[in-house]
Design a protein around this ligand. Structure first.
Ligand code: NDP
Length: 386
């Protein structure tokens, strides 16, 4: 079998010879009780850089020992890229949402051997799921592997925006002490109303982490949380996002990208938010209208915007979100901390082991299987509309 992994490039200064920390905590279970990945072994030390080309998701030893071929590249977008060339004879494609190998219908149709597309991470919207269904390709992702990583990043971004942290850090870097300048946009989160659009694995973890900040919590989701969870968090449910956002000082987005959510945060919805509200999106960039966000920041309708998801990825150097005022954007990093990489690399190996040995892949990892949406995918996505 030929396994093609499309991973982000190595650090500009070379693959790290040493890490900031000697180990990472061992985590056996996620908050819902699901076990972390259980491959038969690991060819890497958790805490190493695995998501870039030289890290190879720690897969080479295991795949080659079993007689399979691993091809790794970061070259994915240009005409005639390595991705396009190698895809023609690949049986398995692995890609991370941070550096998505867009598996369009056209590409799927140009890959006659392709049987399995693995998302090393969570979120398979870079795969044309309808085309995968039609061509009998299994799509799987490592559910829960980086959900808490994203939740932590989201809380960091909410605090950074409300307290206006980044300009203050910049003053220090620049050798200044201009306190009045940089506190003129700085507030406390305490007492604010914070709403989550989507309260699944990540959204609920964000709400749970924000509760000790003594904020008023809100959420909207297709399905309500169990009453005991609503009571534990003291969170108010709203039937629609349109009902929720006018009541919030901070809105954080945690729903997947599909036909109902694409472009949802447009000029009209942003216009119903409180003047000076903050918006954080760590779900998918296309859920927000790119130019409407820029205009809302320029007019003061939004006091700040942060997130780590863009379209396309990598974002071009002139993407307006790089230069718009009062933003706290990062590249798509929240779900690819070294801690997260260890889990999704292990999960990728678990999925490969199942596939290569003809064993069933865990249901919670499946998005498409046997020509239909399956497992987690049957819950999160809609065929015929992503
Ligand atoms: P979950 O599936 O656990 O939660 C998503 C929630 O959104 C579900 O409760 C779902 O409702 C709800 N939802 C879906 N559509 C709508 C809608 N139209 N209106 C209201 N609610 C809706 O996903 P996760 O929490 O694990 O992840 C959320 C998203 O975060 C992923 O889809 C992915 O795009 C993104 N992500 C980003 C990462 C990053 O690195 N930045 C890493 C990992 C994920 P229900 O299921 O009840 O129908």
């Amino acid at each position: 079998m030929k396994v093609l992994a499309v991973l982000y490039p190595d650090p500009a200064g070379g693959y790290p010879p040493q890490y900031a920390r000697d180990s990472i905590p061992v985590i056996d279970r996620y908050p819902n009780g699901q076990t972390t990945p259980t491959p038969s072994g690991l060819d890497f030390t958790p805490g190493e850089l695995l998501g870039s080309v030289s890290g190879e998701l720690g897969l080479r030893g295991f795949l080659e020992a079993a007689g399979h071929k691993l091809v790794v590249t970061s070259d994915k977008d240009r005409e005639g890229s390595d991705f396009d060339r190698e895809l023609a004879s690949a049986d398995v494609v692995i890609s991370q949402p941070f550096w998505p190998a867009y598996l369009t219908r056209e590409r799927i149709e140009a890959a006659p051997n392709l049987r399995l597309a693995i998302t090393a991470g969570i979120g398979s919207d870079h795969v044309d799921l309808d085309a995968a269904i039609e061509h009998g390709i299994t799509v799987a992702e490592v559910t829960f592997s980086n959900s808490i990583s994203v939740a932590e990043h989201t809380v960091m971004m909410i605090l950074a925006l409300v307290r206006d942290y980044l300009p203050q850090w910049q003053v220090v870097k620049d050798g200044g002490w201009d306190i009045a300048d940089v506190v003129s946009r700085s507030y406390d989160l305490e007492g604010m109303h914070v709403g989550a659009f989507g309260a699944g694995r990540i959204g609920t973890a964000v709400l749970r982490r924000l509760k000790p900040f003594d904020v008023h919590l809100h959420y909207t989701d297709k399905h309500r949380l169990p009453p005991e969870v609503e009571a534990e968090l003291g969170v108010e449910w709203h039937e629609t996002v349109q009902d929720m956002v006018p009541q919030c000082d901070v809105v954080t987005i945690h729903a997947p990208l599909h036909h109902e959510t694409e472009g949802l945060f447009d000029e009209a919805l942003l216009g119903t938010m409180r003047r000076g509200a903050y918006l954080v999106d760590t779900a998918r960039g296309k859920i927000c209208d790119r130019d409407a966000v820029v205009r809302a920041l320029e007019s003061g309708q939004l006091a700040g915007y942060a997130g780590d998801v863009w379209f396309p990825q990598p974002a071009p150097p002139d993407h307006p979100w790089r230069t718009m005022p009062h933003h706290g954007m990062t590249p798509h990093t929240s779900g690819t901390s070294l801690s997260a990489q260890a889990r999704y690399a292990a999960g990728t190996r678990e999925i490969l082991e199942c596939f290569l040995e003809g064993r069933p892949i865990r249901d919670e990892y499946l998005i498409v299987d046997g020509g239909a949406l399956a497992g987690a995918g049957a819950h999160s996505y809609t065929a015929g509309g992503r």
